[in-house]
Design a protein around this ligand. Structure first.
Ligand code: GDG
Length: 728
């Protein structure tokens, strides 16, 4: 089985030197983590034995050279380049990704720029990726899309292929208040884009919850056990804290670089490593170190901060600004506190060779990582893993995903400069025994959940989620060939009955109950079907009889209102299906009034033998919390008062006990011996209808969900198409 990895950047950057294309391996969390996993393929029990990595090669390539570059990266890196122009990438990579999404998702709204062109080019770039992927995808491939540059891609692919599609976000997903700052349109489309995946993974539980909250607040979609049910698939949302290649960092021979700690007398070393980024809190770190020097003169000459800053996104203004701030601050600290024999801050603005980086980890007494926000922060994990002697102290910001797993470190709030200064002093004084104890626990954890486990877990869950989606959809899908069988049964049958639910089946669910008037074409269709020989049509609804009369009264079909309290047989008057009492309303109404007062936007609709409590106008989130309480409250009292509760789409309905669509179906089916029965419904109450259907009946649920119906149709439009076909 082949894994198709898709990310904005390939794991290699292409550049041109003296007229020839050269490749350099890219640095960064995503690439370093995934590359380690990919190396294990074929050597583990996983059934993934091959991979291809698709992405942008890092520069725009002349059309005439595309084949050369393609050949080079494919041979050396199993990669397929997606060629994108410089103009496009300026607006997308430097623009929407790094000037809009990155600052917003890292809680720097003041740095966020919103420009229409950025967003439009982001949409365009995601479509180019889709088109290039379609050329590459083979049946059976597993597609794994990475990170914030490609958030629209899952839904774009979903429209075209049925392969499993996974998405992983490497940066934080922000809270609703931050996320909603995105322009209208884009904020919906990004959520919908992500929901195109079978599995959406985040580093932490919080990010997953924030995402689900945005889905609820912005798209109005609820989740059940972190699964969002969509018409054609189920999107599962889960947490996968990314790991590292523990053994590599722990056992690598890093010679000729020195990797031993300097010993008691020599200056201690406090290490910091990150890409140049305002989210990494580098400036706060320097202020913290300065404060420490100010308050602890006894450490002067005995400790140095070794700061490795990897150049990144230098074309973005905010990054250039922080670079000059950094240069200035380092100069100031060294000028103020340094001496001929001691440099307080040793600062390298470069990317170190890998061995040298690991040597630095091992040599350092303390690692000081102070991001203001960081999706995970792999450097923290790498530092702990690299400590062969388990000696060293990690000071880590609580605003990193990694802090959730590395709680034995000194966890700090990097917004507080005093806290950074105190943490440095504390770290330098932690007894070795205590260091070894804490690091041993963390190393065990990192060894167990390493990057291979992380990726294998994700891919296995993706396969399971997509099977769940496909099973739910295809096991019961009323496919074309089965529809042919249905039509044949219909045409051959002597007595036929079509029992069809109104809202969600004959007309789409509408935001406002009163807006679901039947279109003319539908009235024509129903009339036509009814006039076919030996065909009875029954329309069932929870609506009141007056409403149904107004909309459908002119048709010669059978109608039932209030979930079956009333029936109107074709050509006759409305009557009660059986004697009913409405005394229970006295108990139920005060409860509903109380909850209506508590939920602005909710309202009560009272009918003869049923009461509906609508909340489609209420705040989705507030409603979603309160509705469970209302439901439970009603259920607890209705068992004793001869009433029953149904939970529909943004409505709770209470009706007289013993009146339901199942009972109703029995009534209609007992009238004749039907040899063709079609029952179609979309709502929860239709399940009772499906449950009472005889074996030979065609019971059809509209919309993907767990159902007792024998078959499923994708959407309301498909239900109409099926009924239209019956006319032929
Ligand atoms: C994003 C998210 C999330 C660093 N300096 C050098 C070097 N590195 C390597 C490290 C590490 C990687 O780069 C940095 O990873 P981080 O996780 O710390 O940060 P981001 O690049 O911002 O990554 C982040 C990550 O994605 C994974 O999901 O954790 O939150 O922002 O692996 O070793 N490598 C070399 N020389 C260096 O000087 N060779």
């Amino acid at each position: 089985m082949r894994l198709l990895i898709v990310s904005n950047r390939l794991p290699v950057s292409v550049s041109k030197e003296n007229g020839a294309y050269v490749t350099t391996k890219s640095a960064g969390g995503l690439v370093s983590g995934l590359s380690d996993y990919l190396k294990t393929l074929g050597h583990t029990e996983s059934d993934i034995d091959d991979y291809v990595w698709m992405g942008w090669p890092g520069m725009s390539i002349d059309k005439k050279d595309e084949e050369i570059v393609k050949g080079k990266v494919s041979q050396e890196f199993n990669a397929v380049p997606v060629f994108l122009s410089k103009e496009l990438m300026d607006n997308v990579y430097l623009g929407f990704c790094n000037k809009t999404i990155w600052p917003l998702f890292h809680y720097f709204p003041n740095f966020a720029r919103f420009r229409k062109e950025y967003w439009q080019d982001y949409q365009r770039m995601n479509k180019i990726f889709r088109d290039e992927l379609l050329k590459e995808i083979r049946p059976g491939d597993i597609i794994w899309v990475h990170d914030y540059h490609l958030m629209l891609l899952p839904a774009l692919l979903r429209e075209e292929v049925s392969n499993p599609i996974g998405f992983f976000l490497h940066i934080p997903f922000p809270t609703y208040e931050m996320y909603r700052m995105l322009q209208k349109g884009s904020r919906e489309e990004i959520l919908e884009g992500l929901l195109g995946a079978d599995l959406i993974g985040f580093h932490t539980h919080d990010y997953a919850q924030y995402f689900l909250r945005c889905v609820l607040r912005i798209l109005g979609m609820e989740n059940h056990m972190s699964k969002v049910y969509l018409p054609d698939h189920v999107a599962a949302v889960e947490t996968f804290p990314m790991g590292i290649d523990f053994d590599k960092f722990h056992t690598m021979d890093v010679s000729p670089y020195p990797s031993k700690k300097a010993g008691a007398r020599k200056p201690k070393s406090v290490l910091s490593v990150d890409r140049l980024d305002y989210s990494k809190g580098i400036i706060n770190r320097l202020y913290g170190f300065e404060k420490f020097l100010q308050e602890h003169p006894e450490w002067h000459g005995k400790v140095s901060m070794n700061m490795v800053v990897v150049p990144s996104r230098v074309a973005v203004g905010a990054y250039r600004k922080i670079k000059s701030q950094l240069d200035e601050l380092v100069g100031y600290i060294n000028g103020t506190y340094g001496s001929m024999t001691w440099t307080p801050v040793i600062y390298q603005f470069t990317s170190l060779p890998h061995k040298q980086l690991i040597a630095q980890y091992r040599k350092s007494d303390v690692a000081l990582l102070t991001p203001l926000r960081d999706g995970m922060n792999l450097v923290a994990k790498e530092y702990i893993a690299a400590l062969q002697d388990q000696k060293g102290v990690l000071i880590l910001s609580e605003f990193t995903g990694a802090a959730k797993e590395l709680s034995e470190s000194v966890v700090i709030n990097p917004n507080n400069i005093d806290e950074i200064a105190d943490a440095i002093a504390e770290a330098l004084n932690i007894p070795v025994k205590e260091q070894v104890r804490g690091n041993t626990i963390m190393q065990e954890r990192l060894r167990r959940y390493d990057v291979t486990k992380w990726a294998t877990d994700f891919v296995n869950d993706l396969k399971a989620s997509s099977m769940f989606s496909n099973r739910a959809a295809s096991r019961k899908l009323l496919a074309d060939d089965i529809q042919e069988e249905l039509l044949e049964n219909y045409h051959k049958a002597k007595n036929k009955i079509i029992i069809v639910n109104y809202d969600g089946t004959l007309v789409p669910y509408s935001k406002y109950p009163s807006a679901a008037e039947p279109p003319k074409a539908l009235l024509g269709l129903l009339k036509n079907l009814d006039s076919q020989s030996n065909t009875d049509i029954v329309i069932i609804s929870g609506r009141g009889k007056d409403e149904l009369d107004e909309w459908l009264g002119g048709l010669p079909v059978n109608l039932t209102a209030e979930h079956g309290s009333y029936i109107r047989e074709a050509g006759e008057e409305w009557r009660l299906l059986k004697p009913l009492s409405a005394r229970w309303k006295q108990e139920v109404l005060p409860i509903l009034i109380m909850y209506t007062d508590r939920l602005p936007g909710a309202y009560i609709q009272e009918r003869d033998y049923s009461v509906a409590w609508h909340y489609h106008k209420a705040d989705v989130e507030q409603a979603s919390q309160l509705v469970k309480e209302v439901n439970d409250h009603l259920l607890s009292i209705t068992t004793n008062i001869n009433a029953q509760v149904f939970h529909g789409s943004k409505v709770i309905e209470i009706s007289s006990a013993g009146v339901n669509k199942g009972e109703l179906a029995m009534h209609w089916l007992s009238r004749k011996k039907y040899d063709f029965i079609l029952a179609i419904g979309a709502g929860w109450s239709d399940e009772l209808l499906f449950q009472t259907m005889p074996e030979h009946a065609w019971s059809v649920k509209v919309g993907l969900a767990h159902t007792d119906a024998r078959f499923i149709l994708d959407g309301q439009g498909d239900a109409i198409t099926l009924m239209e076909r019956l006319q032929e």
